[in-house]
Design a protein around this ligand. Structure first.
Ligand code: MN
Ligand code: MN
Length: 467
C-alpha cells in the first residue's frame, strides 16, 4: 500500500450524492421529486398533509386501526388524531416486544395564523390581523402573494374547508410594505424590528358597497362575500383556524433543475419521504411505524404535538390488538426495544453565509441525507444526544444499503441552535436519532433543498425499516 492509499483508507471525506448515484437511481430520484412537488402543493397545512397521507395510505391498503379487533403480521393500519397527526404501521413478523421501528416527522411549518377577531377596516381597505407561528424572519413575508387555508364553522354549525389563492383563477392576498422613499426610519431599524408583528396585516379587500347607515362599507362588503361563499359571519373567525401561507407552487430551481424551491420543506420533505419509505414496507420483521406530528415549530406542545400521549396510546392499542394484552410492563418492554428516526431537516451550508457554519461538521446541499447525533444550542442544551451504539448501528445500516449520508451540526457552537422532536421521543426511553434533508433558507417562504438529498432521505428511511 502506498502512503497515498493508506492516507485515503484512514481519512474520511463527504461525497456528493449526485456523483455517487447510478442512472437508475437518478431516474427514481426525478420521479420521487415530481411526486414530492405535488405533495407540497396539495399539503400546505398540517391538516392537508394528513389528508394527503391518508389518501396515500388508503391507496396502499391501510385501514383504520379502530375498525380492527386484532392485528396480524402484514396488516397495515393507521390512526388519525384530531385531523393533525397520523400514525401508520405495518405489523411485523417478529414479536412486538422486540421493538418497533418508528420514523417520525412534523407537518407544521412556520406561517401566519389569523387572530380570533382579525377583520377590520382602515383607510378604505379591509385587513386581517395575524399572529405569526414558529420562527420566522418577519421581513420575508410582506409583498409576496399569500393564500388562506383553513377550517371554519358556518352560521349553521357546519364545518367548512377553505382554500383561497391556490388556483390560477383565485385572488391572492398580500401584506403591504413601505416604499423606500418613505422608509428612512424603518430602514435604520434592526432587522428584527423593521417589520412589526402588528403591522403584518393581510389585505383582503377595498371595494366599499353603497349602504346607508353602515359605517365600515369595505368590511361590510367582505363579510357579505364570506357569508355568501362560506356561510360565515364575523363571529365565525373566533373558532376558525385560518393559516396564511405563501401562494406559490413548488418549483424546480437551477438551470440543471438540481434543487426544489418551495414553502414548507421543513419538515414536509422528511414527512413525504418517510411516507414513501413506510409505503414500501409489506412484510417487515419488526413492526414498521411512521408518525406525522404537528406543533414542532412551537415546541411540540399541545394534544397534536410530539409531546402528546397520542403516540403511546396508539402503540398500546396496537400492542393489545396484536398480542391480546398490553399491561404497562408489556408496553415498557416494547418501547425500550424500539428505535426512532426523528425525520427532520438540518441546515445546509449557505455559500453566501459560510461564516456561521463550521465547515467540518456542517451539512451540505447535495451531499446526501444528514444524520445528526445531537441538536440543541450552546452546551448541547435541549438536545437528545444519541448514544454511540445507536449512531454506529444506523451508520452501518445506511452504508450497507448504499445510502449517501453526512453528519451535520446546526451552525457554529456559539452561533445559535435548534431542536427537533428527538428529545421528547428520547424521554419515552427509546433510541432516537435525527435524520433528514439539509435545507437552504430554512423557515423562509421559499426554502430550497437538493433533489439528491430528498432521494437519499427516502432511501435512509427505507433502510431504517430493515433494522
Ligand atoms: Mn423541522
Ligand atoms: Mn423548523
Amino acid at each position: 500500500m502506498t502512503d497515498k492509499e493508506l492516507y485515503e483508507s484512514l481519512t474520511y471525506e463527504n461525497k456528493n450524492a449526485y456523483l455517487e448515484m447510478s442512472d437508475a437511481e437518478k431516474d427514481e430520484m426525478y420521479s420521487l421529486c415530481d411526486d414530492y412537488r405535488a405533495f407540497l402543493d396539495n399539503g400546505k397545512t398540517e391538516r392537508e398533509c394528513v389528508g394527503e397521507a391518508l389518501k396515500m395510505a388508503r391507496a396502499a391498503g391501510y385501514t383504520d386501526m379502530s375498525e380492527k379487533d386484532s392485528l396480524k403480521p402484514g396488516d397495515k393500519v393507521y390512526k388519525i388524531n384530531r385531523g393533525k397527526n397520523i400514525f401508520m404501521a405495518v405489523i411485523g413478523s417478529a414479536p412486538m416486544y422486540e421493538g418497533l421501528n418508528i420514523a417520525g416527522a412534523h407537518i407544521d411549518s412556520p406561517r401566519l395564523d389569523l387572530k380570533q377577531n382579525p377583520l377590520y377596516e382602515s383607510t378604505d381597505m379591509a385587513l386581517l390581523k395575524t399572529h405569526y407561528y414558529g420562527g420566522i424572519k418577519k421581513y420575508q413575508w410582506p409583498t409576496i402573494p399569500l393564500a388562506i387555508h383553513g377550517v371554519v364553522y358556518d352560521t349553521d354549525g357546519a364545518k367548512r374547508e377553505v382554500v383561497i389563492g391556490e388556483k390560477e383563477s383565485d385572488p391572492v392576498f398580500v401584506i403591504t410594505d413601505l416604499l423606500p422613499h418613505l422608509a428612512k426610519e424603518q430602514m435604520s431599524k434592526k432587522m428584527t424590528e423593521g417589520i412589526e408583528a402588528e403591522n403584518m396585516n393581510v389585505l383582503i379587500g377595498g371595494m366599499p358597497i353603497k349602504a346607508e347607515d353602515v359605517k365600515e362599507k369595505v368590511k361590510f362588503s367582505i363579510l357579505k362575500i364570506l357569508n355568501a361563499r362560506y356561510g360565515m359571519n364575523e363571529k365565525s373567525f373566533q373558532s376558525a383556524e385560518f393559516e396564511i401561507v405563501p401562494a406559490h407552487k413548488a418549483r424546480n430551481v437551477g438551470l440543471d433543475e438540481s434543487f426544489i424551491g418551495a414553502y414548507g420543506h421543513d419538515d414536509r420533505v422528511c414527512a413525504y419521504t418517510t411516507l414513501r419509505g413506510i409505503l414500501d414496507q409489506t412484510a417487515p420483521e419488526r413492526t414498521a411505524c411512521a408518525i406525522l406530528v404537528d406543533k414542532e415549530e412551537i415546541g411540540s406542545m399541545g394534544n397534536t404535538g410530539a409531546q402528546s400521549a397520542f403516540m403511546m396510546m396508539t402503540i398500546a392499542e396496537m400492542v393489545e390488538k396484536a398480542t391480546g394484552r398490553c399491561s404497562v410492563t408489556d408496553l415498557n418492554r416494547v418501547i425500550e426495544n424500539s428505535a426512532v428516526m426523528s425525520s427532520d431537516v438540518s441546515s445546509a451550508v449557505d455559500p453566501n453565509y459560510t461564516s456561521v457554519s463550521e465547515a467540518n461538521n456542517a451539512s451540505y446541499a447535495g451531499r446526501g441525507v444528514a444524520i445528526v447525533k445531537y441538536t440543541g444550542a450552546r452546551g448541547k442544551y435541549d438536545s437528545s444526544d444519541a448514544n454511540a451504539e445507536f449512531v454506529h448501528e444506523i451508520g452501518e445500516l445506511m452504508d450497507n444499503d448504499g445510502v449517501i449520508w453526512q453528519t451535520g451540526e446546526l451552525g457554529k457552537v456559539d452561533q445559535g441552535g435548534g431542536g427537533t422532536i428527538a428529545q421528547y421521543v428520547a424521554n419515552l426511553n427509546m433510541n432516537v436519532i435525527d435524520c433528514g434533508v439539509p435545507v437552504l433558507s430554512m423557515h423562509a417562504p421559499f426554502e430550497v433543498v437538493a433533489k439528491s438529498d430528498v432521494y437519499m432521505a427516502y432511501r435512509a428511511y427505507k433502510a431504517f425499516y430493515k433494522r
